[in-house]
Design a protein around this ligand. Structure first.
Ligand code: FES
Length: 84
């Protein structure tokens, strides 16, 4: 896992590698938009306790929707995260 920061985004992105696939999860809670924290087990929201897995799925409410994801692209030496 790697936390990626972009000046064009309010919150960080968590880049997660699962086998040969990369997921870029936006660390913004889908409940009320608070920034999220990644732990070694999951992704948590300190505001009201929502929890997400490393695929972005909700593990614990009150959030109901999965995390926003950005498309990724792997080239020879780079991983590109498409922000739009
Ligand atoms: S803003 Fe994250 S649980 Fe409410």
């Amino acid at each position: 896992m790697l936390v990626v920061r972009s000046s064009s985004l309010e919150n960080d992105i968590l880049l997660v590698k699962n086998n040969d696939e990369f997921k870029a999860l936006y660390l913004k809670c889908t409940h009320e938009g608070v920034g999220l924290t990644a732990t070694d087990k999951n992704i948590v929201c300190s505001a009201h306790g929502s929890t997400f897995d490393f695929k972005g799925n909700v593990l614990k409410e009150p959030a109901l929707r999965p995390l926003q994801q950005f498309q990724t692209e792997v080239t020879d030496e780079n991983i590109i995260i498409h922000l739009i």
